[in-house]
Design a protein around this ligand. Structure first.
Ligand SMILES: O=C(O)CCC(=O)C(=O)O
Ligand SMILES: [Fe+2]
Length: 357
């Protein structure tokens, strides 16, 4: 086993307490079947018919920023297929996986050294853009308005990976657009209020995560505490526990117990800003396990890179002035990506940096 590599060691206050696991409250499970029944021409046909679901979503977004979705419409056999290709990809030797290694300038591809808030994560990953190519700013510098196109790196092995990923993206994206409507409705907005930030371009991506069993689960984390930068995340976890959410009311870390076949949905920083803090992107992390490896597949639903993210006009007034200044989503994403690659001596970019005094 050897000595633990210090790049993985979390500061004492960030280390997980593995002896106290709080699953008590759990994460709400929301049944989306009424939504599919009242959906026509790519929109909710009768918002009043799904009022109860919208309320449940609103409550979950407000209280925790997390919920689980059942009857979500994504075929189970498709999910099983992507989970299977992900496992087969990671089971290969490092040399094979590194054939699709990502480079420092772009996001897609394989990597085994990501950092969250300057500590190395105990995991390896493989990322795919959902739109190809995806335009993004060449640099996080606001004075540089050049863009660059990122393209995917599909591995040759397993040979059925690409087909499964493409089909999965198509189905999960349909769910993502529905969730975007439900979130808009829950805030009292027009159902398609956020669609314009996605319809022409997006910077969404899906990620295969593999957390190998870790001999030092009390010192390291699979992913350190963070909020997801996009609007929302649709996560397919496997049956091994590990994801923890920090509950707002008492700041305790709550272990998510995955419901079979459900997706775990969380809102990200973009919805936090759009809602002017009515909803807050929940902080979460992944705890590792000395016995079992774990796999997960998040889909990050991110707006077009040129989106200026700011509180919705309908939600602000004199009593509730904007809490954030507008920021460019692509610049934010690029800055986050740069800091995730290597340890830096400054605090990583956070949404709080755009908060108005
Ligand atoms: O693996 C998980 O459960 C969550 C991973 C995660 O939070 C992320 O990749 O952003
Ligand atoms: Fe995350």
């Amino acid at each position: 086993m050897g000595e633990v590599d210090e790049a993985f060691i979390q500061a004492p206050e960030q280390r997980p307490n593995l002896s106290i696991v709080d699953e008590a409250q759990g994460i709400p499970v929301i049944d989306l079947s009424p939504v599919h029944q009242h959906f026509e021409n790519d929109t909710v046909s009768d918002p009043s018919a799904i009022e109860a679901v919208v309320k449940e979503i609103g409550r979950a977004c407000k209280e925790l920023g997390f919920f689980q979705a059942i009857n979500h419409g994504v075929p189970l056999n498709l999910r099983n297929r992507v989970e299977d290709v992900s496992r087969r990809f990671f089971s290969q030797g490092l040399e094979e996986k590194k054939k699709v290694a990502r480079d420092q300038t772009s996001l897609p591809g394989y990597y085994d050294s990501e950092h969250t808030r300057n500590v190395r994560d105990w995991k390896e990953g493989l990322d795919f853009l959902t739109k190809e190519p995806t335009s993004v700013p060449i640099s996080a510098d606001y004075d540089d308005d050049r863009t660059v196109q990122w393209t995917n790196r599909y591995p040759q092995n397993p040979p059925d990976l690409r087909g499964a990923v493409l089909e999965y993206i198509e189905e999960v994206e349909k769910l993502a657009f529905k969730l975007l409507e439900l979130i808009a409705l829950s805030l009292g907005l027009e159902p398609r209020r956020f669609h314009g930030y996605y319809l022409k371009d997006q910077s969404s991506f899906i990620r295969f995560n593999h957390y190998p069993a870790c001999p030092w689960p009390h010192l390291a984390l699979g992913v350190g505490p963070h909020k997801d930068p996009g609007a929302l995340t649709i996560l397919a976890p496997d049956e091994v526990e590990g994801l923890e959410v920090r509950r707002k009311s008492d700041k305790q870390w709550i272990r998510v117990k995955p419901t079979p076949q459900a997706f775990i949905i969380n809102i990200g920083e973009v919805v936090q800003v759009w809602s002017n803090d009515e909803y807050e992107g929940a902080e979460h992390r992944v705890v590792v396990n000395s016995q079992k490896e774990r796999y997960s597949i998040p889909f990050f639903f991110n707006p077009a890179h040129y989106t200026m993210v700011e509180p919705m006009k309908e939600l602000i007034n004199e009593q509730n002035p904007p809490k954030y200044k507008p920021y460019n989503f692509g610049k934010y994403l690029v800055k986050k990506k740069d800091s995730n690659f290597e340890k830096q001596n400054v605090e990583n970019i956070q949404i709080s940096h755009f908060r108005l005094p």
